[in-house]
Design a protein around this ligand. Structure first.
Ligand code: GLN
Length: 489
């Protein structure tokens, strides 16, 4: 399998190595940036990871980092690391489109907390990545600005909705990118593109400045080439933020020190009644992951999750319900697009008709229906009860197991166009990622070899609330076993 390694001849591949080099003065942030911009120039035409590359701003930021080092100031733990941002996080003065026509031309007046924290740590933002419109989708085919193709095979999708962020890391455009995950949008594209992707515990990373899709589920998190880089980035972006009322009042996560600790004695749960549907090549890699953890000293235990089979249904009521409310703000008055007509009501309708794509309209209608008087109890109310049952299942499972292991995606990256006319087939891509969002727990995908057509397969590690440390221990162990087996990271 090709990895982004060796792409930039004398520039290290990982964020950790780049930051070490820049902080010590051995590397120049401007050279690191130019190497990545060259890679973008070479491959972006085939991949379309970005809605916008902010080369000028990036060059200025990299020069500031180098000036800091020259002046003896420490630019921070991500010094000179190029980072790509999903185009649904606010960047001051820089277009933020959510890959929707309705926001075209809108420039936010402020930076998201994550964007501020990355800059404060010395990272260099290089652009805004493509996504399914408003993060609704699993393939980045729902973008108003075109598909993002998978760098491992450009006839296939990159996954979604953070497909541009996953593709950017897999193609060597940046060692790190940031995505958002409401039902799997970091983990699933990470799996399909063969990179690491982390959805932290709800409330761990501030949502301030993340354009809302379904606010009770949305979380931001990193993509990276290896496990350590995701740990490094999470340490920099997590921690309490008074600007987000759902932010947990706690210190930033501390993760890098656990990576070498091993999994001896840890209990790894196998869900015995997990919804079936994963392809055999994916299941085979999951079994290999269980074997690898067992060989590293973990204990495999069986757990039951009887309500898990209802998670997808509950999610596709709760997420559209919240979306229908969140997206009411795009009215032609406050943001982006306005289609002028004779009166205000006609303007709302013409603007929303022209501005939103098909999938977004489908979700708004589904959500409005589920919330309407007379249907609320039967649909939205019932979905909330299922959400509770799923949390209860997890609570029971975590009395027996420290982490759970599942496939990330039931299938490897599929050909562009294969599912675009079948929303239900598309929704099934998230069958293993959605339950954790409903519970608010952390989960991550690590590349674990290849399946059909030599395409990457990701294994998902799930942990209880604030269980990031144990989750990363397991991730690091799986990564070590892949390296020992001679596989690509
Ligand atoms: N694919 C799921 C959806 O369409 C999840 C998206 C996400 O996590 N943003 O809603």
């Amino acid at each position: 399998m090709t990895t982004p390694a060796n792409i930039h001849s004398n520039i290290p591949t990982t964020a950790a190595a780049i930051a070490d080099g820049v902080r010590s003065g051995a590397l120049k942030a401007v050279d690191v940036l130019e190497a990545h911009l060259a890679q973008i120039a070479a491959r972006e035409g085939d991949i379309h990871a970005f809605n916008l590359v902010t080369a000028d701003e990036a060059r200025a930021a990299a020069a500031r980092v180098d000036a800091d080092v020259a002046a003896g100031r420490d630019p921070g733990v991500l010094a000179g690391v190029p980072i790509a941002l999903k185009d649904n996080m606010c960047t001051r003065g820089i277009p933020t489109t959510c890959s929707s026509k309705i926001l075209e031309g809108w420039r936010p007046p402020y930076d998201a907390t994550v964007v501020q924290r990355l800059a404060a740590a010395g990272a260099v933002a290089i652009g805004k990545t493509n996504l399914d419109e408003f993060a609704m989708g699993s393939s980045t085919e729902n973008s108003a600005f075109g598909v993002t193709f998978n760098p491992r095979d450009t006839s296939r999708v990159s996954g979604g909705s953070s497909g541009g962020s996953a593709a950017a890391v897999a193609a060597g455009f940046s060692p790190i990118s940031i995505g958002s995950d409401t039902g799997g949008s970091i983990r699933q594209p990470a799996a399909l593109c063969g990179v690491v992707g982390v959805k932290p515990t709800y409330g761990t990373v501030s949502r301030y400045g993340l354009v809302a899709y379904a606010s009770s589920l949305d979380q931001m998190g990193p993509f990276s080439i290896d496990v350590r880089d995701s740990a490094l980035v999470l340490e920099a972006i997590s921690g309490h933020d008074p600007m987000d009322s759902t932010s947990i009042p706690q210190a930033p996560l501390s993760l890098q020190h656990v990576l070498s600790q091993g999994v001896e004695g840890l209990r790894v749960g196998r869900i015995t009644d997990m919804p079936s549907g994963a392809d055999p090549d994916v299941t085979a890699r999951l079994e290999a992951a269980f074997d690898a953890l067992k060989a590293a000293g973990a204990k495999i235990v069986d757990v039951e999750m009887p309500s898990m089979k209802y998670a997808l249904t509950a999610y596709y009521l709760i997420a559209p319900a919240e979306a229908s409310s969140n997206l009411a703000r795009y009215d032609g008055v406050r943001y982006g697009l306005r289609v002028n007509t004779t009166d205000t009501n006609a303007m709302y309708s013409a603007t929303r008709t022209a501005g939103f794509g098909e999938e977004v309209k489908r979700r708004i209608m589904l959500g409005t229906y589920a919330l309407s008087a007379g249907y609320y109890d039967a649909y939205y109310g019932k979905a909330l009860k299922v959400r509770r049952l799923i949390s209860d299942d997890f609570a029971r499972a975590y009395t027996k197991a420290d982490v759970l292991l599942t496939p990330t995606s039931p299938i490897v990256a599929f050909p562009v166009g294969e599912k675009s006319d079948d929303p239900l087939a598309m929704y099934l891509c998230d069958i293993y990622t959605i339950p954790t969002n409903l519970a608010g727990h952390p989960a991550m995908s690590v590349p674990f070899g290849t399946g059909a057509h030599g395409l990457p397969v990701g294994v998902q590690i799930l942990a209880p609330t604030l269980g990031e440390q144990v989750m990363f221990k397991v991730a690091a162990s799986l990564e070590r076993s892949m390296i020992a087996a001679g596989g690509a990271k």
